[in-house]
Unconditional design. Structure first.
Length: 297
């Protein structure tokens, strides 16, 4: 635990800018299955990963998983990223889950390797240093919901976002973190009920249970959840980025241990923040009665 925490707190590692706001890996047709976009102007600091595999409803196949892992590896070293939004470029769907048609062609050994990579992807999303938001405007089933669960925050369209860990209806069980993250989100008994039954929930039902932070009425363009996610990201942007990142570490690591150990983790995170320029700027802004100008140092 201490070794993992030390790695998570290593904020002094050299940063490198993301060289290309796209992905080098391509699908069979030669088109990338994701697009990465850094917003500009007043939205600078928000980066979006757009999943765009329309023929397979953004199903998680080998290429899509590889592209997501590649993008995350680059973005996690870019300190300009203050909030990361996962969204879909396919109307009516966020992510339909694992690509079962592709999986049918795999041997048992290949299935095991692929599921391990899929689990690794979700762990990379969960460990991303900046806050992450899933904008679910459509179906988020199986691995699609597991991807959203790996994010820090979730926003869903009230009626068009249909989500569930439906693996038991396919003779499977959640294998990319669903059996672990859903009970941590909703509690053990409710998570068991949802997984045992393979039940699907609307965005409104998911909010009532606490599975998503916000549900919104869908608009004609079919991207209302994305717009609400943008608003949420905009609320995070002005805050001190190092303090936000350390707050994420303290919460995530602290939830895995007893409260006394969690308090020790909080103390370690707080100590990391004390020497930052942003902390001094926050105190000066308070004293001078002006908005702070945080720079992430």
């Amino acid at each position: 635990m201490l070794r993992a925490l030390t790695r998570a707190l290593r904020l002094t590692r050299p940063w490198r800018r993301l060289q290309a706001r796209g992905c080098a890996s391509h699908g069979a047709a030669g088109d990338p299955e994701i697009q990465v976009r850094a917003l500009a102007g007043p939205h600078r600091g928000i980066t979006e990963i757009l999943m765009n595999r329309p023929r397979a409803r953004n199903a998680l196949g080998n290429v899509l998983v590889s592209e997501l892992l590649e993008a995350l590896a680059q973005l996690q070293e870019d300190r300009q990223v203050r909030v990361l939004i996962f969204r879909s470029g396919v109307k009516g769907v966020f992510c339909a889950g694992a690509d079962l048609k592709e999986r049918e062609q795999m041997s048992e050994a290949e299935v095991g390797v692929f599921v391990q990579r899929l689990r690794g992807l979700m762990n990379e999303i969960a460990a991303f240093p900046a806050p992450t938001i899933a904008a679910m405007d459509g179906f988020a089933l199986g691995g699609g919901l597991e991807l959203a669960l790996a994010c820090d925050l979730r926003v869903a369209a009230a009626s068009s976002a249909i989500m569930g860990l439906i693996e038991t209806t396919r003779g499977l069980l959640p294998g990319a973190g669903g059996t672990q993250r859903l009970p941590r989100c909703l509690g053990v008994a409710l998570a068991k009920e949802l997984i045992f039954t393979g039940r699907r929930l609307s965005g409104a039902q998911a909010q009532a249970l606490g599975l998503v932070n916000h549900s919104v009425a869908q608009n004609e363009e079919g991207n209302a959840a994305y717009h609400r996610a943008r608003e949420l990201a905009q609320e995070i942007l002005p805050q001190a980025p190092i303090a936000v990142r350390l707050g994420k570490v303290a919460i995530d690591r602290g939830m895995e241990v007893d409260i006394a150990s969690g308090m020790a983790i909080e103390g370690m995170c707080y100590a990391q923040n004390i020497p930052t320029r942003d902390r001094l700027e926050g105190m000066a802004a308070f004293r001078e009665k002006r908005p702070p100008r945080f720079v992430g140092e």
